[in-house]
Design a protein around this ligand. Sequence first.
Ligand code: DAH
Length: 342
Amino acid sequence: MKELIANINKDIQSFVAKSSEELEQFRILFLGKKGKIQDLFADFKNVAPEERKEIGILLNDLKNIAQQKIDSFKDSFQSVIEKKAPADLSKPADFIELGARHPLSVMRNEIISIFSRIGFVVSEGPEIEDDWHNFSALNFPPEHPARDMQDTFFIEKSAEKGDIALRTHTSSVQVRMMENNKPPVRAIFPGRVFRNEAISARAHCIFHQVEGLYIDKNVSFADLKQCLLYFAKEMFGENTKIRLRPSYFPFTEPSAEMDISCSICGGEGCNICKHTGWVEILGCGMVDPNVLENCGIDSKEYTGFAFGMGIERITMLRYGIKDLRLFFENDVRFLKQFEGAL
Ligand code: DAH
């Protein structure tokens, strides 16, 4: 058996293929179903048990050598064919796929650009927050439901050190801004936020917000309203109307929610605005004096306003997107539609 293997090995080593037909004949002769190597494998059962290990290794090596021989010739024939093929100079050039910015980035950039035109700077804060910045400094009472396990992804619950969680809103960055800067402060804070919610067409556990804050002497609710009207017109068009409805947030007093006249139907009534002609886009209000004091700002000297909006919501309204999940699936057919948007 060993001798046979050695002879076949020699034949394989010395083989030179001149054409792909010859190579195929070689394959059939050695590696085919009735080929020489297969015959040897069939005889293997007659090998004495003490020799089996050694012969087995030799046989497997032999098979690999034959296969390598075939592969090496195949490659060389292939490259000959490729070299011989004349270049087709009339062939159109390969199409270069253009990347596209994610629609949420496009909208984030646009929001930043709109507010920067009226003097707002951009600042960011951490996604992992302590209880103070996400809740306590913002005037959330200890028993407020937003602190509950249902809404918040806690990372660490600790009575002495305070809880650590993924921030549930970008309002936390307001606190950092006021703690670290003297008024006047005029800034927006875009970022990712996290809430323990079931994923659906209208809700997600990760989403994006932009928070705005303006603190100075004599800032009034009229300033807030004018600032937001400017934003709504820049974002959704000159004819956009706004409406402020009284609301409640722990960190603003008074608080409001702002609706815009539906950008899809122009206020006529459609599915998006549930036939009311209005869609809610943000929460806002005058910064509660308690919050100013918590952040080291004298509430007798300074007042201010704040607002917060969801970037997904704005993007859905701008582009008529009906399912929030599309933003997170990275389906190229969806993303491709934003090619060229900045
Ligand atoms: N933080 C609020 C939320 O996530 C949004 C918000 C409402 C921010 C009112 C504000 C505000 O600054 O004044 O729902």
